[in-house]
Design a protein around this ligand. Structure first.
Ligand SMILES: Nc1ncnc2c1ncn2[C@@H]1O[C@H](COP(=O)(O)OP(=O)(O)O)[C@@H](O)[C@H]1O
Ligand SMILES: [Mg+2]
Length: 410
């Protein structure tokens, strides 16, 4: 038989018609539920890294004959999730996708995949899906707002085929929260490492340049200048000094830190940090340290910096709002979760909801003389210790920084 004949199409035509009917039914189904049909580009810049998926690679040639490697997508997932991140809630796509190194009855190198995404639904929506379709819904991920934090679950819902109890389903949940948090930490560590490599070099050059400006600035004797120029020299010196400090702080933040991990007593470190700060805190400030602190593996110098920054921030926030700072550092050992929790609470104005994610970003500050690096450094050190940090409100409405560190074995 030749490689193509009209007959081979006649054979398949019923399938083609069937396919069209299925697509129309799906489209009507999704559109009826308020989904938007999307069409993500098939040519992508990154093949995505999945062990069992291999993308077709191709060369794009620009009008300037410049060559660039592009890939045919193996799934619209990345692009679709970008749309979700940009604010779409319900989207679906019949995506033509391409997978290299696949050939078999169920594995074609090119096929159409129906993919749909839905966000901001209660997790009970998957139970409705299961009951209305009478199908098993495997491995959905759902988020549930727990008492203190967002919990992530994997859930598989199976309809119960029991005539005496129609409309019943079994849900199997697995708690993925720690896995998700670990992934987030790893991404953060990754991002830090890249940031460090990229920017430390530039910042270094910057500092050299600033040192030169500062040095020449010092060599100019203001007294030898006409009086009207003196403030300019002073301005150059001050600005160069201030910028130098920003760059040094940034380098401290971005530099890959060497941690010397040894068993340490977090309570004693917190107390020591408070003692070191004593003279820097506003008059009348009271800092108390109490509760239980299990043994953790840590770097004493870096951890002291963590508590120092948190207490300093608390005192500054209270002072700015006209209150005498009361800071409470409380430890609690959670043996079943094998962590030590430490809360640093204050009686200040607290951190507003929209700022809670951002305060940990480098350079985020609401203070006119702030650098915005304090909490970025705190978070970096905590993550280097495989710990976590988040911010909430203290019982009195102030800020409550919640830290958790893994307990040292033994
Ligand atoms: N205890 C706190 N209470 C209220 N706001 C806080 C507290 N700690 C930090 N913040 C907020 O987080 C921001 C970032 O803090 P940080 O990274 O230490 O930088 P900086 O102290 O230089 O502003 C602060 O400007 C402030 O808005
Ligand atoms: Mg600070």
């Amino acid at each position: 038989m030749p490689w193509w004949s009209p007959q081979s199409h006649a054979d398949r035509r019923p399938l083609l018609l069937q396919r069209g009917a299925i697509k129309r039914a799906f489209r009507a189904h999704f559109e009826g539920q308020g989904f938007t049909e999307v069409e993500c580009g098939a040519l992508v810049t990154s093949p995505g890294n999945e062990t069992h998926l291999h993308a077709f690679q191709t060369q794009a040639i620009g009008p300037d004959l410049e060559q660039r490697t592009l890939y045919l997508h193996t799934s619209p997932e990345f692009a679709a999730k970008k749309l979700l991140a940009a604010g779409e809630h319900k989207i679906f796509e019949f995506a033509r996708v391409f997978r290299n190194r696949e050939r078999g009855r169920l594995h074609a190198p090119e096929f159409t995949m129906l993919e749909w995404y839905r966000t901001q639904e209660p997790y009970t929506a998957v139970i409705d899906d299961c009951l209305s379709s009478s199908q098993v819904i495997p491995r959905r991920s759902v988020e549930v707002l727990g008492a203190q934090r967002l919990l992530h679950f994997g859930v598989t819902v199976s309809p119960l085929r029991d005539a005496t109890r129609p409309g019943t389903a079994i849900c199997l949940f697995s708690d993925l929260t720690t896995v998700m948090e670990l992934e987030e930490q790893l991404r953060f560590k990754d991002a830090l490492a890249r940031l460090g490599e990229l920017t430390a070099g530039i910042a270094h050059e910057f500092r050299n340049g600033l040192a030169t400006i500062h040095g020449y600035g010092r060599l100019i004797d203001p007294q030898a200048l006409p009086a009207q120029y003196r403030p300019y020299v002073e301005g150059i010196r001050q600005e160069a000094e201030a910028l130098g400090k920003v760059v040094t702080n940034f380098l401290n933040f971005a530099r890959p830190e060497q941690v010397a991990l040894a068993p340490v007593d977090l309570g004693a470190i917190a107390q020591r940090a408070v003692d070191d700060l004593q003279h820097d805190l506003p008059a009348g400030t009271r800092v108390t340290v109490d509760g239980g602190f299990g043994p953790v593996l840590g770097d004493e110098v870096l951890l002291r910096q963590v508590f120092g920054n948190l207490v300093r921030n608390a005192a500054e926030a209270c002072e700015l709002s006209g209150r005498v700072p009361l800071v409470h550092i409380a430890g609690a050992v959670d043996r079943s979760a094998r962590i030590t929790r430490v809360n640093v609470d204050d009686n200040g104005p607290g951190v507003k909801e929209p700022d809670r994610e951002r305060i940990f970003q480098p350079f985020f500050t609401t203070r006119s003389r702030g650098t915005g690096l304090g909490l970025a450094i705190v978070q970096k050190v905590v993550v280097m210790h495989n710990g976590r940090i988040s911010v909430g409100s203290s019982p009195g409405g102030g800020a409550s920084f919640q830290l958790a560190f893994p307990l040292a074995a033994g």
